[in-house]
Design a protein around this ligand. Structure first.
Ligand code: PLP
Length: 391
């Protein structure tokens, strides 16, 4: 029997190898400080947990509409109006199983075999794999600290091919935690739109992004590009990674095709989780989410101060998410060896750049400050001793 070509070629997360090593170290009785996790150490808001219990009262929990319950789509529409100042018809919102399914559906609905999808290098590893799975060709565009490791209109113009079908953007980004400015985001989208390409904009970390000097939150790309495809999730800002719920805001023309795809691929997102997620938008839950954003800011300061102290530069400090992308080349080790030895010798788990693209694979590592303050301080201290031993 033969595997499909796509199953044969889809790449794992290379850094998963490190999880196995970390587990082995832990089994031998040592504590590993995990600064490699892409999820916060806090759970869902209290009201959401109660609402989930409520959903377990024996009521039937049938499939919902493939695009989600009316109630949740309306609540999300309310969120866009009040948080981002944009009007989104609830009919254009598709509730999905995490931002992951929203990305799958966006690519399935827009990318054909042989078409190109532009994305920054470095960027979220799954994007390359999803595009390849649906027959597209991921065109990874090398970026540097000069552009915050993000695409610019010029980079997009230079990388454009006659086959470009879509541009994928994440702001703030994984692995760098950096955002495009509103002006740059608008100009990147304008270039793609003028050339007839889709804009798939991942805002999964947007509600963990910094406010400006006047205390205003960054707005959704929909404020500048109402027809962008937006991907978002309850995973990161509401601490609900394992609950598997996200959503997409779709341009009118994609609603019906995405509904057909979602029906055939998933039938519907989880009914009880959709019910519970309604409680994310109570004043109490929103306040809890904001407290957590502020806590992550404090953790970021610990992480950045620590990395500066031990001589691992972060050329472009994060302004959102919970990642710092640090250059380890001054240690004389390539990033993979650095991460491998940091784990084996200092018992600190970090993520080497390789998963996020080729450009910074040898020089950079991603550190997550979603871990507790204690873990960050201890991790930095251990890494500091390890780095000193290399110099
Ligand atoms: C940039 C980005 N997009 C999407 C996802 C998918 O998240 P989820 O499926 O949990 O919503 C992640 C997860 O780490 C991510 O970092």
């Amino acid at each position: 029997m033969q595997l499909s070509q796509r199953a044969g070629t889809v790449e794992p997360f290379h850094a998963m190898a490190f999880s196995d090593i970390a587990a082995g170290i832990e089994r031998s009785g040592h504590r590993v400080v995990r600064l490699n996790l892409g999820e916060p150490d806090f759970g869902a808001p209290a009201a959401v947990r109660l609402a989930m219990i409520d959903a377990m009262d024996g009521r039937p929990l049938p499939y919902t509409s493939a695009l989600g319950t009316r109630a949740l789509r309306e609540r999300l529409s309310w969120f866009y109006r009040t948080r981002h100042g944009v009007d989104v018809d609830p009919a254009r919102i598709a509730v999905t199983m995490g931002g992951s399914a929203a990305l799958d559906l966006a690519v399935a609905a827009t990318v054909d075999a042989g078409t190109d999808v532009l994305m920054a290098d470095p960027s979220y590893p799954c994007n390359r794999q999803i595009v390849t799975t649906f027959g597209g060709n991921p065109v990874t565009v090398p970026t540097s600290a000069r552009t915050g490791f993000q695409l610019t209109a010029d980079l997009v113009r230079d990388a454009w091919t006659p086959r470009t079908r879509a541009v994928m953007i994440a702001s703030p980004s994984n692995p760098t935690g950096t955002s495009l400015s509103a002006a740059t985001l608008a100009s990147v989208c304008a270039v793609a739109r003028d050339r007839g390409a889709w804009r798939i904009v991942d805002e999964i970390y947007l509600d963990l992004a910094d406010v400006d000097r006047a205390g205003r939150r960054p707005r959704s790309v929909l404020a500048w590009d109402p027809d962008a495809i937006v991907v978002n999730s309850f995973s990161k800002s509401f601490g609900m990674t394992g609950w598997r719920l996200g959503w997409s805001v779709l341009p009118e023309a994609l609603v019906d095709p995405v509904e057909r795809l979602a029906t055939n691929m998933f039938l519907s997102p989880s009914a009880p989780v959709q019910h519970a997620a309604l409680a994310c938008f109570t004043p109490g839950s929103l306040a809890e989410a904001e407290e957590r954003r502020l806590e992550l800011l404090a953790r970021r300061a610990l992480m950045l101060d620590g990395l500066a102290r031990i001589g691992l530069p972060v050329a472009c400090p994060p302004d959102g998410a919970f990642y710092a992308f640090a250059d380890v080349s001054s240690t004389g080790l390539d990033a993979w060896t650095f991460a491998d030895r940091a784990l084996r010798e200092a018992h600190v788990a970090i993520t080497p750049g390789r998963d996020f693209g080729a450009t910074h694979a040898d020089t950079h590592v991603r550190l997550s400050y979603a871990a507790s303050r204690e873990a960050i301080l201890e991790g930095i201290e251990r890494l500091g001793r390890f780095v000193a031993s290399l110099r």
